[in-house]
Design a protein around this ligand. Structure first.
Ligand SMILES: Cc1ncc(C[n+]2csc(CCOP(=O)(O)OP(=O)(O)O)c2C)c(N)n1
Ligand SMILES: [Mg+2]
Length: 348
């Protein structure tokens, strides 16, 4: 099931509405302040350069434990997270750096964690797959495939009962959508009308397993029928489409109408994790998706729209590179934790 972007019916109308996979959705993006539109481009650059730097650390053997890069999928995290409010929660995955950065984590502290340093989010003891930033509403990355789905559903129940007005954005992969807990959690969220936006990042593979061999349905979002919830499949590389869809369903969840399942079609450019010979896919396929790079696409959109000039776009990227240089310096110069603290912060 290689999703064709052409399958997505998208038509911007004079009324300021778009038709996205059969849903009439207001073009909220159009109404945003230019600063926010530019900030979203900056976040995508931050994720891309953070991951490029992380790859360098991997190559140099500076990262112990495994690590999964989010390069190519930036528009999904940024579009969905900017569509909700700062007070809302997110749950992340093993491929979590992008979600974490989009939700507002400090990249110096993230990078220190990747290098196992005392100044990291988990004092250097968690690594890539355990970064959480609860102060920004990020309930954490997760090494258990699909683990985020249960946590998000529990957080959704908390929002419904105790923290009214908040909602949860739950990220998970296509592989996770085939785990048993996905079905139990979505059914529960449906019968209890929990305010959770379930975002399935369909990047066409679960490790080396192609989605077309793991599903006998053409749209993962069609699983909405089993739970009696709303659902749709969208272009996860189109920031405007992701933003508008998530914003529409954020209002829907906040109004107590229940959860939604949004399938974002995207692609991971890099191997699954630290080591991956990538024999299961062709260079041609990777190249064809690299041509759908979400970042220049969005930058061009902003330039054409008069929000940004070419020169401002370049300057923004230079600023991000400088921020990353600072994060690398902070992480490399930070100390390792004292071995005497090895049993601190350990729960089991
Ligand atoms: C419960 C569980 N089973 C298996 C694994 C090993 N594993 C790590 S990532 C992965 C594939 C996940 O695929 P997907 O959900 O599509 O996410 P993607 O890596 O494509 O972002 C698997 C099977 C795991 N970490 N947890
Ligand atoms: Mg996948």
């Amino acid at each position: 099931m290689v999703k064709k972007l052409e399958n997505i019916e998208k038509r911007e109308q004079e009324t300021g509405y778009m038709i996205i996979d059969g849903h009439k959705i207001r073009n909220y993006f159009k109404e945003l302040d230019p600063e926010i539109k530019i900030e979203m481009l900056k976040k995508m650059y931050e994720i891309r350069h953070f991951e490029d730097q992380t790859e360098q650390f991997i190559i140099r053997g500076q990262i112990h434990g495994t690590c999964h890069l989010y390069v190519g999928e930036e528009a999904t995290a940024v579009g969905a997270i900017y569509a909700v409010e700062k007070k809302d929660y997110i749950t992340s995955t093993h491929r979590g750096h992008g979600h974490c950065i989009a939700k507002g984590a400090n990249i110096d502290i993230m990078m220190a964690e990747l290098l196992g340093k005392k100044t990291g989010y988990c004092k250097g003891k968690g690594g890539s797959m355990h970064i959480a930033d609860v102060t920004s509403g990020n309930l954490g990355a997760n090494g258990i495939v699909g683990g985020s789905i249960d946590i998000a559903t529990g957080a959704g129940l908390t929002c419904k009962i105790k923290e009214k007005g908040k909602i949860v954005v739950c990220f998970f992969g296509d592989g996770a959508a085939n785990r048993g807990n996905f079905h139990g959690a979505l059914n529960m969220a449906s019968i209890w009308d929990l305010p959770v936006i379930y975002i399935c990042e369909n990047n066409i593979y679960g490790m080396s397993m192609p989605v077309k061999e793991a599903f006998n349905i053409s749209k993962i979002s069609d699983r909405k029928f089993s739970y009696g919830i709303e659902g749709l499949t969208i272009d996860g590389n189109n920031l405007v489409e992701v933003y508008n869809t998530a914003r529409h369903f954020a209002d829907y969840c906040r109004a107590g109408k229940g959860p939604v399942l949004i399938e974002c079609l995207t692609y991971r450019w890099k191997g699954h994790s630290k080591s991956d010979a990538q024999v299961y896919r062709s260079r041609k396929e990777v190249k064809s998706w690299m041509e759908k790079d979400p970042i220049p696409g969005y930058r061009k959109f902003l330039i054409d729209d008069g929000v940004l000039t070419e020169a401002e776009g370049k300057k923004l990227e230079v600023e991000v590179v400088e921020e990353l240089d600072q994060a690398v310096k902070f992480a490399e110069e930070s100390p390792f934790p004292d071995p005497g603290t090895v049993e601190e912060d350990v729960y089991a």
